[in-house]
Structure formats: structure tokens, C-alpha cells
Design a protein around this ligand. Structure first.
Ligand SMILES: [Zn+2]
Length: 108
């Protein structure tokens, strides 16, 4: 599997699927499934039975997973969706780099 380039806290742009064109913050990455959960995107309704915690039951909404291949990271520097390169600095540190503006996004 390719090195994981999307991390929790990243802003991603959805490039395919029913949420195409939207952006959101990554809440969780599920590398084993090749999917991720993005805040307020791909909301799914679930029927919830009443429990001790949730007395009412009813329908709750929560984020469904989105395939990693359907999103691109939005660069914090140039604010465009971009592919990410991983670069090794002279001192051996790895950083994520925006392929559009070549700016360092953060540590890899
Ligand atoms: Zn950039």
C-alpha cells in the first residue's frame, strides 16, 4: 500500500462520489479499509434503538466513511487541492510537500 499521505486534521476536497466539490476536516483515517471520515460529509442516517444513554432512540446522523481515493488534501499554503509528495530533508526529517506550490505542509 502506498504511504499514507492524508492525516487527521487535514482539510480535504472530495473529488469523486456524491459529495464531490465539498471540503471538510479529516476526523479519522482508516488505513486498513482505505477509507476516511470527514467532518459533516457523507452523513448517513441510522436508526437507533433507545438505550440507557439515549432514551429517545430514533434516527441519528453520523459521518460515513469515504474512500481515500475520492479525496485530495487541500494545501494549507496555496489553498488548492493537491497531490502530496514526501520529501526527505538534509537532516533526515521527512516532510509532506504540496506538489503545486512546493511548500512544506508539515512533518510526515
Ligand atoms: Zn500548495
Amino acid at each position: 500500500m502506498a504511504r499514507l499521505r492524508v492525516k487527521r486534521g487535514d482539510t480535504v476536497a472530495v473529488i469523486a462520489g456524491k459529495e464531490r466539490g465539498k471540503r471538510g476536516k479529516v476526523l479519522r483515517v482508516l488505513p486498513g479499509q482505505g477509507r476516511l471520515i470527514v467532518e459533516k460529509l457523507n452523513m448517513i442516517k441510522r436508526h437507533q434503538r433507545p438505550t440507557q444513554k439515549l432514551r429517545q432512540g430514533g434516527i441519528i446522523e453520523r459521518e460515513g466513511t469515504i474512500p481515500l481515493s475520492n479525496v485530495m488534501v487541500v494545501c494549507t499554503k496555496c489553498d488548492r487541492s493537491t497531490r502530496i509528495a514526501v520529501q526527505v530533508l538534509a537532516d533526515g526529517r521527512k516532510v509532506r510537500v504540496c506538489k503545486r506550490c512546493s511548500e512544506i505542509i508539515d512533518k510526515a
